[in-house]
Design a protein around this ligand. Structure first.
Ligand SMILES: [Zn+2]
Length: 304
């Protein structure tokens, strides 16, 4: 339970990627309710959403299609007859496409649709004007930072989304993220996220200024204090920056004259299914863009 028209129901799927679990939100009243991010396909979570809803669930809105946010849409739709709505490019089956500026209306509840690419290209953020609530999915979380992993994730698009949220929604009172608790100082949080990306990029450019580096080199250096289990996520972050910098002509890369060794390979293409359960592996692989194999070792150099 959070705001008067907003209830959070946390899914029972805690993990390194989902923190204490995915947040599903029920927004509305006895007239009708919009469920934002029904979460993973866990039957008892779907039942809880229905049981805790203050009114009939008429809409299911997906912030994005990741497997910790969207699979419950189908069973919840089957049980409630709700309309499933998602970004036009979402691969998750949906009844309505949400364009930029659309308003989802349900009883007295209105949600403004904001296209928010970066974490994925098909991410939307929702703004509820009565409570000035910003539902940010995996764009901004209640704790920690967000993984921006190619090919679905794109760093410059993500940074532009953060800039836009700060510009257009600085009057938001609360951020309701896809994981973690509510954020009661949205302006400061968004500014902190913007700054965090700039700091990481400066660290990356600083490392390259001392000589050419591979992604595993960069990770070991920049994320030296970070637990090794998170290094594959760090590698994908580095890749997201490097792809942007290459496109901008600030960095060039060539394939290294050797293949990655076992240690480097484990950072670039970890075998998650041997380390965690199958459901968790699927979430991690989606979040990290594991379908993009990094089989070759590339050497990145700053252009002068
Ligand atoms: Zn996600």
């Amino acid at each position: 339970m959070v705001g008067s028209r907003i209830r959070r129901v946390r899914a029972p799927n805690p993990s390194a990627m989902t923190l204490s679990g995915t947040n599903s939100y029920l927004v509305g009243d006895v007239e009708g309710v919009i469920c934002i991010d029904p979460g993973p396909g866990i039957a008892k979570h779907v039942d809880r959403l229905i049981a805790e809803s203050p009114g009939p669930i008429r809409w299911i809105v997906l912030t994005h299609g990741h497997p910790d946010h969207a699979p419950a849409a189908a069973p919840l739709r089957a049980k409630t007859g709700a309309i499933v709505a998602a970004h036009p490019r979402s691969a998750v089956p949906h009844d309505r496409a949400l364009d930029e500026g659309d308003v989802v209306e349900c009883g007295t509840t209105r949600l403004q649709v904001v296209h928010a690419p970066g974490h994925t290209f098909e991410h939307v953020v929702l703004f509820e004007p009565q409570e000035r609530a910003l539902f940010t999915g995996d764009v901004i979380l209640g704790e920690g930072t967000v993984v921006i992993a190619p090919p679905a994730g794109e760093m410059r698009a993500y940074q532009a989304t953060l800039d836009r949220l700060l510009r257009d929604f600085s009057n938001a009172r609360t951020i309701y993220g896809g994981h973690g608790d509510e954020v009661t100082d949205p302006r400061a949080k968004i500014a902190e996220y913007i700054e965090h990306r700039k700091i990481r990029e400066r660290e990356l450019l600083g490392a390259l200024a001392e000589g050419s580096q591979t992604i595993p080199d960069l990770v070991k250096r920049i994320y030296a204090q970070t637990p090794r289990v998170l290094w594959p996520a760090a590698a994908r972050q580095m890749l997201a920056y490097l792809l942007a910098l290459e496109r901008e002509g600030r960095v060039t890369s060539v394939e290294a004259p050797r293949a990655p060794n076992a240690d480097e390979h484990a950072i670039l293409n970890p075998e998650w299914s041997s380390m965690v359960g199958e459901d968790e592996a699927r979430v991690i692989e989606a979040e990290l863009g594991a379908q993009l194999r990094l089989d070759a070792l590339r050497v990145y150099t700053l252009t002068r």
